[in-house]
Design a protein around this ligand. Structure first.
Ligand SMILES: Nc1ncnc2c1ncn2[C@@H]1O[C@H](COP(=O)(O)OP(=O)(O)OP(=O)(O)O)[C@@H](O)[C@H]1O
Ligand SMILES: [Mg+2]
Length: 467
């Protein structure tokens, strides 16, 4: 075999029909491609991590492309895919492009020019299109099922309601609903009903005519109008004021809006997606949410489960965040013990917390391996009874009189000692001359650090004198 030149790019080569002959291999090599042999799963993992592209020969349908897409997702890699199809199979080539292949070549084409050109066209991993269907992780069977459901719901025009705990991926799913729908070329307009003062929501949503009220110097198109041809995403819908719920319901029924101070109704072509982490039925019982609006928006209800209930997503998410936030020139990995810890943790803050943990770990770790001690979780889970951990990380008995709030069971102790968050914070504080320096080392804001310290004190854990 010819020695590899500096310009050779590793490529995973999948061809269920024939192996590459030596002449063809030579041509590919001249074009700059170095074929990576794959015989074991380990080869495949390694290959996906380092290959410049994947080359797939399609045999009549895009099945193999779909399988590869699932695998790359499972391992958390975004990688350009080139498909080879039989010369006359135009439709298949188009379908492959539609499903994310960046280029298609005839399976008889071995010309150095074609392959050199194909290589030049290949996007780098960072340039790959940020389509939610490709960049988000849906690996656990529970998540795959949810994704399938979302794709089907996306094909319809009816409103959808996404429910799930904080940080679990409701925004992500709203985006998926848009990207998988025929509206994907149109706008995706999001509004958080909890983030706006009540009197502004109406104006934001429906807009106003010039002179509609004092200060309305210009006409203003509301979010519904801005979302024409696309999707409007109303986050934290439970926080929508009651009288506006009535108005929203009317808009959904009539598919028309009227701007404030206007009288000409405007036809709407907008799909509504709403989300909440509250139990809307409880809100209905408390007369905070309109039952008829609930029926209207929950025809399709999608539940995003807490991360702990879909453990198969954890490692792929870790890989995804490592490659998103880690250095681009080398690969950072988790030690087996750190991986174990990630898998056994209960993730009260769900995917957002996992994202935070990885971002912090990348700051805390030195070298290419993230170890247990680099993992700082958002929540202090363990309850402390007769024991607390001193700032040096040593376990010391603490009298209950001295620490009245420190209530604990003994089983939680090892978890407490292990919980690296407290230790990492204390270590950072000890080794820094002030709090903002410590916060910087930890990769969190001084405000978050103050908040953490207050939480520790609330739980009766010793924090250094000035907190
Ligand atoms: N399946 C996923 N794949 C990749 N990243 C994800 C996934 N789900 C969530 N995330 C990431 O986790 C973070 C939190 O997700 P998101 O904002 O969708 O949660 P949420 O349920 O809307 O939270 P909140 O209740 O606080 O609004 C985001 O940064 C998002 O990109
Ligand atoms: Mg959200």
């Amino acid at each position: 075999m010819t020695a590899l030149t500096e310009t050779s790019h590793p490529a995973l080569w999948l061809d269920p029909k024939t192996s590459v002959g030596s002449v063809e291999r030579e041509q590919l090599q001249q074009a700059g491609l170095q074929l990576l042999p794959v015989t074991t799963l380990h080869d495949l993992k390694q290959g996906l991590a380092r290959a410049r592209l994947v080359v797939i020969r399609l045999m009549g349908d895009t099945g193999l492309l779909e399988e590869v897409r699932k695998l790359t997702q499972a391992f958390g890699h975004a990688i350009p895919v080139l498909c080879r199809v039989e010369r006359h199979q135009f439709e298949l080539g188009i379908e492959a492009m539609r499903r994310g292949a960046y280029h298609v070549l005839s399976d008889e084409d071995w010309s150095v020019d074609s392959w050199r050109n194909a290589l030049a066209l290949a996007p780098t991993r960072n340039e790959l299109p940020k389509n939610s269907l490709q960049t988000f992780v849906f690996v656990d069977p529970v998540s795959q099922h949810l994704l399938e459901l979302a794709r089907r719901v996306a094909q319809t025009q009816v409103s959808a309601l996404i429910v799930g705990p904080t940080g679990a991926g409701k925004d992500v799913l709203a985006r998926v609903l848009h990207d998988a729908s025929s509206r994907r070329g149109g706008p995706f307009i999001a509004m958080n009903c909890a983030a706006l003062p009540e009197n502004l929501i109406e104006d934001m949503l429906f807009g106003h005519e010039k002179g509609a009220f004092t200060g309305a110097l210009k006409e203003h198109r509301g979010l519904f109008e801005q979302a024409q041809g696309g999707t409007i995403f109303l986050d934290e819908i439970a926080e929508m004021p009651y009288h506006l719920q009535t108005k929203l319901l009317r808009v959904l029924q009539e598919r028309k809006i009227t701007r404030l101070g206007g009288n000409a109704p405007i036809e709407l072509d907008v799909r509504l997606v709403a989300a909440t982490n509250k139990d809307l039925r409880e809100a209905i019982a408390n007369r905070e949410f309109r039952e008829d609006l609930y029926f209207r928006i929950s025809a399709f209800k999608l539940s995003v489960l807490p991360l702990r209930d879909r453990p198969g997503d954890i490692v792929p998410l870790v890989n995804q965040f490592l490659s998103n936030y880690g250095p681009s020139d080398r690969q950072i990995r988790l030690s087996p013990r750190a991986t174990e810890m990630m898998q056994s943790y209960s993730w009260p803050g769900n995917v957002r917390e996992l994202q935070n943990v990885i971002q912090r770990a990348l700051v805390l770790s030195n070298g290419d391996i993230i170890d247990e001690s680099d993992l700082m979780f958002d929540e202090w889970e363990a309850q402390v009874t007769e024991t607390a951990i001193d700032p040096l990380g040593e376990v010391q008995p603490v009298s209950n009189e001295a620490q009245p709030t420190a209530v604990i069971d003994s089983g939680a102790l090892s978890a407490a000692v292990k919980s690296s968050e407290y230790q990492a914070i204390m270590t950072a504080i000890k080794s820094s001359s002030n709090r903002s320096e410590a916060a910087k080392k930890l990769g969190i804001s001084p405000r978050s650090l103050r908040y953490k310290m207050a939480q520790f004190r609330e739980r009766g854990l010793p924090t250094l004198a000035a907190g």
